[in-house]
Design a protein around this ligand. Structure first.
Ligand code: AMP
Ligand code: GLY
Length: 433
């Protein structure tokens, strides 16, 4: 019955408004199985592929109503916030919505990202390699301070909850760590998110992002990627939402990825199943490669941004069909073909970002881009003008036969675009060559 229904092209609702969602929209609409794509709320770029709908990704009531009124057949959730807040549970609890598949885990599975303490406990229970850690609350602050004194330096403090990417502190002195721990626990430095703090051993190594798509039983390993978080060239300066990415990652060869599969991916998928935590969606595993051994730094319950912009162009298979496999629980029957080419993404940001940044600047020159995708993040249309509205403005992705060409093309194409205050890193990926 369900199969017959899906012989017809589908109406898909994509939630989110960043570069990740632009890359999803581009990929989804290449599928003959996608009839109509709606993006809520989307940006100037997503409107090239579908219809933007003025609904926030966390406004569940409006999303539910829109889904029914527009005969939506599947909902793909881009960002973590709606998942952690339970959008999937909201659909399942509604008589009319419960049979419409949502791609993204329910609230409990989303805790892998929503609570660092939950994710650490999950890893410890399932023998998944990760840094040693202990969790403390305001009531156990004193124990936390004593624990700190027994640990080496640097030491990592993590707010338990979602803190918009800001809740992780790497402290290089004991005095600093003690001060930060107090502020997090007793002065709510990161609000409710730091009512619990994970104190974690510092891992020395090189980071990468591994992405898994799971239907709760079966899984597919999507292309891995490396992202560049610092604002400045040579990985200097403040942390950002991400300044660029590349896929594949040269230091994640077959032997390393086999370890990741055996020690991390399989125990994660099996652990979720064993613990009766339903999980239909993406598992983003932030990994440290420490001398060839993988350690999990964090889980996210969604795809990465700007990694998605490099991952989607390398997926040659029908992406909607893969998502259908997630929805129907037969992902094992689906084909995932990955391009051997390299994708490089350069993110163009607003002047001043990640601090206070310029807005409403007119963007020109995107038509001069020669051999890259222009994925939009913080853009919108103002009359006929495309203007900047966010810190991360555009993600320029080039797919080429080798890494050098991909990096060079993406960088050259980024420089063909102009807006007042535009900045991008010209060194993305060059450390990997
Ligand atoms: P997270 O929010 O958990 O991704 O942490 C943000 C960043 O902090 C990571 O991407 C790492 O660069 C760094 N980080 C987190 N945990 C550790 C750790 N245990 N050792 C070293 N660096 C870490
Ligand atoms: N690129 C890291 C993230 O999406 O969290």
């Amino acid at each position: 019955m369900i199969l017959e229904y899906y012989l017809w092209p589908m109406n898909i609702l994509l939630l989110g408004s960043g570069g990740r969602e632009s890359a999803f929209a581009w990929k989804l609409t290449q599928s003959p199985k996608c009839q109509q794509l709606f993006i809520a709320p989307g940006n100037a770029g997503t409107s090239q592929y579908g219809k933007n709908v003025d609904i926030k990704a966390t406004d569940f009531e409006s999303i539910g109503r829109f889904t029914l009124e527009n005969a939506i057949d599947m909902v793909l959730v881009g960002p973590e916030e709606p998942l952690v807040k339970g959008i999937h549970d909201f659909f399942l609890a509604d008589e009319q919505l419960k049979n419409i598949p949502v791609i993204g885990p329910q609230r409990e599975g989303a805790q892998l990202e929503g609570s660092k303490d939950f994710s650490k406990e999950f890893m410890f229970r399932n023998n998944i390699p990760t840094a040693a850690s202990k969790t403390f609350t305001r009531e156990t602050l004193q124990n936390g301070l004593e624990y700190l004194a027994t640990q080496g330096l640097p030491i990592v403090l993590k707010a338990d909850g979602l803190a918009a990417g800001k809740g992780v502190l790497i402290c290089t002195s004991l005095a600093e760590a003690e001060q930060e721990l107090k502020e997090m626990l007793t002065e709510a430095k990161f609000g409710e998110a730091s009512s619990k703090v994970v104190i974690e051993q510092f891992l020395q190594g090189i980071e990468l992002s591994v992405f898994v798509l799971s239907d709760g039983t079966n899984y597919k390993i999507l292309p891995e990627a490396k992202d560049y978080k610092r604002i400045g060239e040579g990985d200097t300066g403040l942390n950002t939402g991400g300044m660029g990415s590349v896929s594949p990652v040269p230091f994640a060869g077959a032997a390393f990825m086999q370890k990741v599969t055996d020690r991390v991916i399989i125990p994660t998928v099996e652990g979720l199943k064993k613990e009766n935590i339903p999980y239909k969606g993406f598992i983003f595993i932030g990994l440290m490669n420490c001398d060839g051994e993988p350690y999990v730094i964090e889980y996210n319950c969604r795809m990465g941004d700007p990694e998605t912009e490099s991952v989607m162009p390398r997926i040659e298979s029908d992406f909607v069909d893969l998502l259908l496999g997630v929805a129907e629980g037969n992902l094992n029957e689906k084909e995932l073909v990955i391009s051997a080419k390299t994708a490089a993404t350069v993110v163009c940001v607003a002047g001043g970002y990640p601090g206070e940044y310029l807005k409403n600047r007119v963007i020109t020159g995107t038509e001069n881009v020669r051999d890259s995708h222009v994925f939009h993040a913080g853009t919108s249309m103002q009359g006929d003008d495309m203007i900047t509205t966010g810190g991360r403005v555009l993600a320029i992705t080039s797919l080429q036969d080798n890494m050098f060409d991909a990096l060079q093309q993406a960088t050259a194409d980024a420089s063909r675009i102009y807006y007042d205050g535009m900045y991008f890193r010209k060194d993305i990926g060059f450390d990997l060559l």
